[in-house]
Design a binder for this molecule. Structure first.
Ligand SMILES: Nc1ncnc2c1ncn2[C@@H]1O[C@H](COP(=O)(O)OP(=O)(O)O)[C@@H](O)[C@H]1O
Ligand SMILES: NC(=O)OP(=O)(O)O
Length: 309
């Protein structure tokens, strides 16, 4: 039976603007094609904070020029970001596979993820999105009831809540595609956050942390491995200090100890460890690899990367 992996793509694997995304995706597609050549079934998920911020601005600031303008909620912008990024990834991966003589369908599943309306995260927004604003623009956002933080010396940015992913709505569709040996892009940008109201799913004004959604997806498809492709080849302890040390293969217990000691950035590296540990502990013979997007092959051979097993 083929081994199954979930790959989470970070900012560097996608770039920010459309031209950057086109170039970055070409390289990222090579890593995905390597996994297919190695015989893995692959589900992919990805970041979206820069893109969803851009889409939100386009819809809600510049969109006002259109006579039929109505405000677009964050959940709709998340859905758009899944389509926008999925479209480029689908084609980039398809083309790379065809260049290697492999034909395989690549599909994006618009994926909703249920969140808890009472999640504490709704009281303290932390997810930073989109472009820098000046003080006037920041005040306008605040008047609309939106949260804005100041990054000293840089300007102001919109922040939204990042509730925990509870359940992936379209999981059966993702599993059906993987069972048919197809490549799936799912839960992009952490998934479209929705709240259950009887049979209705109401979009939430939030953006889910994509690493946590990647862990949920890996659990849901019963993956063997969670691969998180980020901007660093290996995670460090004592980052930026004289005794900085790169982490190679570590146990779950070691990973937990380093987390407790506060070695990992709370909005970048920590969720990757949380996702990895939850995924590994929820099953058997599972592992996680955190490395840069161009080091997948070496990481799978345990020649580089940070491996939790
Ligand atoms: N202990 C650590 N070791 C390595 N990088 C860390 C660590 N803690 C925080 N980081 C930061 O995390 C960043 C990667 O996270 P981020 O850019 O948010 O991820 P993503 O690739 O998911 O978009 C690195 O560039 C680094 O600055
Ligand atoms: N949704 C999400 O976590 O996006 P980023 O990785 O771009 O912050």
């Amino acid at each position: 039976m083929k081994k199954r992996v979930v790959v989470a793509l970070g900012h560097r694997a996608l770039g920010t603007t459309l031209p950057e995304q086109k170039i970055a995706v070409k390289n990222t597609a090579k890593s995905i094609a390597d996994l297919i050549e190695e015989g893995y079934q692959v589900a992919i998920t990805h970041s979206n904070a820069p893109q969803v911020g851009m889409i939100h601005a386009a819809m809600n600031e510049f969109g006002k020029a259109h006579p039929d303008y109505t405000a677009a909620p964050m959940s709709v912008c998340s859905a758009m970001s899944q389509g926008y990024i999925g479209y480029d990834l689908q084609n980039g991966i398809r083309e790379e596979l065809l260049n290697r003589g492999i034909y395989r369908t690549v599909s994006t599943v618009l994926t909703q993820v249920i969140v808890d309306p009472y999640d504490e995260a709704f009281y303290t927004p932390t997810k930073v999105l989109g472009r820098y604003m000046n003080v006037q623009e920041a005040n306008e956002e605040r008047k609309k009831g939106n949260y804005v933080i100041e990054e000293p010396g840089k300007g102001f940015r919109r922040v939204v809540s990042a509730p925990n992913p509870v359940k992936i709505v379209e999981l059966d569709a993702v599993n059906a595609l993987l069972d048919a040996d197809q490549i799936v892009i799912a839960a992009g940008g952490g998934g479209i956050p929705v709240m259950e109201q009887d049979n209705h799913l109401k979009g939430a004004s939030a953006v889910i942390e994509k690493d946590l959604a990647a862990g949920k997806l890996a659990e849901g498809v019963n993956a063997d491995k969670l691969i998180i492709l980020t901007s660093v080849e290996q995670v460090c302890i004592n980052l930026g200090q004289k005794n900085e040390e790169k982490l190679g293969k570590i146990t779950v217990e070691q990973a937990k100890k380093y987390m407790d000691e506060g070695h990992f950035g709370i909005y970048n590296m920590l969720p990757k460890f949380q996702a990895a540990i939850e995924f590994i502990e929820d099953g058997e013979n599972r592992s996680a690899l955190i490395t840069s997007f161009d080091k997948v092959k070496e990481g799978l051979k345990e020649k580089t990367g940070t491996i939790i097993a």
